[in-house]
Design a protein around this ligand. Structure first.
Ligand code: FMN
Length: 354
């Protein structure tokens, strides 16, 4: 089946403009989601027997493999995506206000590198529209697989007002998130990455922790796990500062990494601006995960993402210290069964250890 995708279907799909292909994929998945019996068949087909479930920051994940943010920004295809063998989905990035994103074309494939460059710029329907979708979806705690919500800054909001923008999105979406991913690392929103450094980060995380505690007290529940998603283009010193701030604000984990703006060596021919993802990102992402794991003695949960495209790259990311993994670009090049295949490969890998 995967061979069918990489040979035939991929050729057909790659003849389309990249963003058009993504739109077709989302429409197909959304339509499938309306047919519950079809989804149940898909679930059965993609079931991962004997998967290693993992409990992390109080959440039960049926397997380690998740969908990275950006694929389903508006939460429109959760039901069918959830039937592909994933152990969790991260939807978004969603912003407080609806926005169109950058001008097209803004998504580029580089099959010779198994890479993508995107400068989408958080095109999304906004937090309120996502609330509307999520009210019709299974609530947290009753879902077959957890759903994380990735939130980012609205482009028109100046960086000095970013805290309010994030906290408003958080408040709107708090009743629907199994966890929150705070995106301060997309390269396509001016100034966004500045939120990773200086006094911005403690201010933002402090405010989010505060409203999270208040929300938990009001609801009589545990606080919602909050993770920070970081860029791969940080220095180790900057990473040290970020990790320190995460620990001080009792954040639940870190997602490493987002896309890169680096174009080294053979990538110099990739001239489109934006974030690069896929195979060329893998080594740097693994290096960062390893660094964080070692410097925190494994005490800070890490979701590893960047260039995972098969069981080898998945295994390398886990060996570096990731408790959960995610991918986006891998699915574009390897097709819709990648989650199931990687999750199954981890079953075999773990059974070797016992
Ligand atoms: C087209 C595209 C859009 C993306 N949009 C987002 C986004 O909205 N929010 C986010 O946190 N990451 C976004 N990402 C980054 C991915 O979540 C992921 O961190 C990155 O692509 C590295 O993983 P990969 O090599 O498996 O794609 C996007 C990636 C791609 C390719």
């Amino acid at each position: 089946m995967p061979q069918l995708y990489t040979s035939l279907l991929r050729k057909l799909l790659f003849a389309q403009e990249a963003e058009k292909m993504h739109e077709y994929a989302l429409i197909t998945l959304r339509l499938l989601g309306y047919f519950k019996p079809v989804c149940r068949v898909m679930e059965k087909f993609n079931q991962v027997h004997g998967a290693n479930p993992i409990k992390l920051f109080g959440i039960n994940f049926p397997n380690m493999v998740g969908l990275a943010a950006g694929f389903d920004k508006n939460g429109e295809s959760m039901r069918s995506l959830g039937a592909l063998g994933f152990g969790h989905l991260e939807i978004g990035t969603v912003t407080r206000h609806k926005q169109p994103g950058n001008v097209r074309p803004r998504l580029f494939r580089y099959p010779e590198h198994e890479a993508i460059v995107n400068r989408m710029g958080f095109n999304n329907e906004g937090a309120e529209a996502l609330v509307e979708k999520l009210t019709k979806y299974t609530p947290p705690g009753k879902r077959r697989i957890p759903v994380g919500i990735n939130i980012g800054k609205t482009k028109k909001v100046p960086i000095e007002e970013a805290v309010d923008d994030y906290t408003e999105s958080f408040n709107l979406l708090a009743d629907y998130a199994d966890y929150f991913a705070i995106n301060v690392s997309s390269p396509n929103t001016p100034d966004l990455r500045k939120l990773q450094t200086g006094s911005y980060l403690p201010q933002l995380l402090g405010a989010l922790t505060k409203i999270n505690t208040e929300h938990a007290q009001k609801m009589g529940t545990a606080p919602i796990p909050i993770l920070l998603k970081i860029a791969p283009d940080l220095t180790f010193r900057e990473i040290d500062n970020i990790v320190q701030t995460l620990i001080e604000n009792r954040l639940d984990g870190i997602i490493a990494t987002n896309t890169t703006i680096q174009r080294e060596g053979a990538l110099a021919n990739i001239t489109e601006t934006g974030g690069l993802s896929g195979t060329p990102l893998h080594a740097r992402s693994v290096e960062i995960i390893k660094y964080i794991y070692r410097s925190t003695e494994g005490k800070l949960p890490i979701i590893g993402v960047g260039g995972i495209s098969d069981e080898v790259t998945a295994g390398r990311t886990i060996d570096a210290g990731a408790s959960l993994i995610q991918f986006y670009t891998g699915m574009v090049y390897k097709g819709p069964f990648l989650a199931r295949n990687i999750a199954r490969s981890q079953v075999w890998r773990h059974s070797d250890w016992v």
